[in-house]
Design a protein around this ligand. Sequence first.
Ligand code: GZL
Length: 371
Amino acid sequence: MKKKVLATIMAAAMSLTMLVGCGSEGGGDATAPETDAGGEATAEAGDAGEAPAADGDVITVGFAQVGHESDWRTASTTSVKAALSNENGIDLQFVDCDNDSAAQLEAVRNFIEQDVDYIVIDPIVSTGWDTVLTEADDAGIPVIVIDRTIDDSDKYVSWVGSEFTNEGLAAGAWLKAYAEAKGIKELNILEITGTTGSSAEIGRTKGFHQYIDSEGWNLLDSQTGDFTQEGGQTVMESYCKSYAGKFNVVICQNDNEAFGAIDAMKAAGVSYGVDGDVIVISFDACTAGLQKVLDKEINADFQCNPLQGPDCLKIIQALQGGQTVEKQTFMEEPWFVSEDILKDISYKNNSGKDVTEPLIVVDAAKVDEAY
Ligand code: GZL
């Protein structure tokens, strides 16, 4: 009850809206205790001898992370651990939920039971959240959501992440312009989607399918690779058997799926990439993904920025200071290509606004700068 009163007073105290900027620092060494999926933190962060926060009190934060399925996820975890560190006066309880929604809900309930000061969630899927968020609200524990969205409850103080539908729309706009520039008349597409029901999968699919429908492209098949390299390879192995010689585009909803799909096409003797028969489109633009763009194995890679750690820290610091924060903050995300034949893409974004956005040709420096 004490927290509820304090949280209410803090939230009502100031009319000042704190603009939370976009995080851009790289990851750092993680110092928070590890735990298995849904379990209790396996060690007290205090054992590491935390430094007190500015006002002398240590702030306890529970972080329920999706899992460890991709390079993107590793960068996300590193970013949050580097920001919510002992040095910044935070006692971080980290739970890797191993892509298991039940474990993630259990982890959040454990945080409530531990009476942490804040809860950070990257939601595996976008629904099934209102009950547990109501429990956190009743306990007076502010919840911060990062990366993916929660679509069936607004009982959280702030969300920082990506506009996934725009990522899908940008991929469609690029493929349309690229096919026209290359004189490719017919597009026969295979799709490898991300974790079913995640807002990243829902948004990228929604955006790209607007172009499939409006351009009359031929979508041969769509199956989930669950955002993993193994998933991408398994689906692509099946595709190479079922659609041999019938496809000229594969779109993977993250880089790790693209790595697996590339391995499968290589093994099946299918040529791909800039100089091949199959156009490869990916999302995330992690370091290894941009290296494959530079190597002309991936034609275009649409960045999804995982570095929300600094934003989390700014939000917590603002709330500790009694300030209000933005309910929604979008990360800045560039689009990367392998060839210098298109300067930009134009499309109507998910807010109905006509936008023109630059395409960045990948060179060694861009690979080095990646997360
Ligand atoms: C998107 C993020 C997705 C990445 C994948 O914001 O949630 O999950 O695109 C990751 O690489 O697994």
